[in-house]
Design a protein around this ligand. Structure first.
Ligand SMILES: [Zn+2]
Length: 365
């Protein structure tokens, strides 16, 4: 992260190439053909969103960029879907209504962030759309619930203050299974996060906490934005009253493939029992789960079925058919980069590529 300028220059030439590629796909009609092809099929396109942040607060949002969609872009996205797609209600995931030339789209949100309630829900209401919100039941109402925001807050502070302390120094005492520490080479934020994910959350949090304490005297560590907290049960009740659904995102956002079978079962049953107990509503999808980070495999899916879940949502790109595995439903992640050009303008070519063209390549119709 010390060499961000060099990385940015590479990115910008990549962005220029990508821009030219998308515009040529658009000019050839390929993007619209992809949309029509999905529309003519019975497939459902499931979207994953995480955080919806006001445009003027994007800079202070500490979440990984792949999780953040600015408010204006979310509005433009829904306006586009309103015009060109059919947004299905979560409870209608299985219901097939005649043939329509419009793609069937289901909107989902992971983690249960406060901004989903405060910023996204009013915009969903404006378009009369319903979504499923996957909640981490053990952290409902918590502020700063996850370590990636704290880790990125720390490394961005180090970078911005031109500190002589590097991110490698902060995590120097963590070594992977082969005894190798974090690579000394320049790192992208997503590479740092995926390297850290091999350690237990407590280990990562301790390392971050120690570094925050150590640095507190010499620099101001970036603070969480006002929405860096999870919705309360009351706020989730309000969402269900407005026609939305709440599903499970486990009890503690544990990465299920890294747990023992007993631990997986405990995460799954604790979370669904909590949803049933707290929500008491017909709109609770207590048999729906979004696997944290999309981490799932055959063993996890078998346990998920055993624990009574019916639908499992992954982070693999693609389209879902009623006939295909309901515990491995592909989804398309939507963030600023999916719908905005490099200049930050909402661009339909980007949206149609991310939502229709790529998922169509990833899964057969
Ligand atoms: Zn999550």
């Amino acid at each position: 992260m010390k060499h961000r300028t060099r990385v940015d220059m590479t990115m910008s030439s990549r962005q220029t190439l990508r821009h030219a590629y998308l515009k040529s796909l658009n000019a050839s009609g390929a993007l619209k053909r992809a949309r029509n092809k999905i529309g003519a099929s019975s497939a459902t396109l499931v979207l994953t969103l995480h955080r919806i942040i006001p445009d003027d607060a994007i800079a202070s949002c500490r979440s990984p960029r792949g999780m953040v969609l600015r408010e204006s872009a979310f509005h433009s996205l829904l306006s586009y879907l309103n015009e060109h797609a059919t947004c299905v209600k979560p409870e209608d995931i299985d219901r097939q209504e005649g043939s329509s030339p419009r793609p069937r789209v289901l909107i989902t949100f992971d983690d249960g962030w406060l901004d989903n309630f405060a910023i996204a829900a009013p915009i969903l209401a404006e378009f009369g759309m319903s979504a499923c919100f996957f909640a981490v039941t053990g952290y409902v109402g918590h502020s700063q619930p996850f370590w990636p925001e704290r880790a990125l807050g720390l490394v961005r502070t180090l970078y911005d203050s031109k500190s002589p302390i590097s991110v490698q120094d902060v995590f120097a005492h963590l070594v992977d299974a082969e005894g190798t520490p974090l690579s000394p080479a320049p790192l992208r934020e997503e590479d740092l996060l995926s390297w850290l994910k091999q350690f237990a959350p407590e280990t990562i949090c301790t390392a971050i906490q120690d570094a925050e304490k150590h640095l507190a005297n010499s620099m101001a560590i970036s603070q969480p934005d006002p929405w860096e907290r999870l919705m309360t049960w009351d706020q989730m009740h309000d969402l269900t009253r407005a026609g939305h659904s709440i599903g499970s995102h486990t009890a503690t956002h544990a990465l299920l493939t890294q747990l023992t079978s007993d631990e997986v079962s405990s995460e799954l049953t604790t979370s669904s029992a909590e949803l049933q107990h707290r929500m008491m509503s017909e709109h609770v999808e207590d048999r729906w789960i979004a696997y944290p980070n999309g981490f799932t495999d055959n063993r996890v899916r078998e346990l998920t079925a055993k624990c009574g879940y019916q639908y499992g949502f992954t982070t693999m790109s693609g389209l879902w058919h009623k006939e295909s595995e309901p515990l491995a439903i592909p989804r398309v992640n939507v963030w600023d980069g999916s719908v905005l050009s490099p200049e930050g303008k909402f661009d339909e070519s980007y949206l149609e590529y991310a939502l229709f063209f790529r998922p169509l390549l990833a899964g057969s119709l």
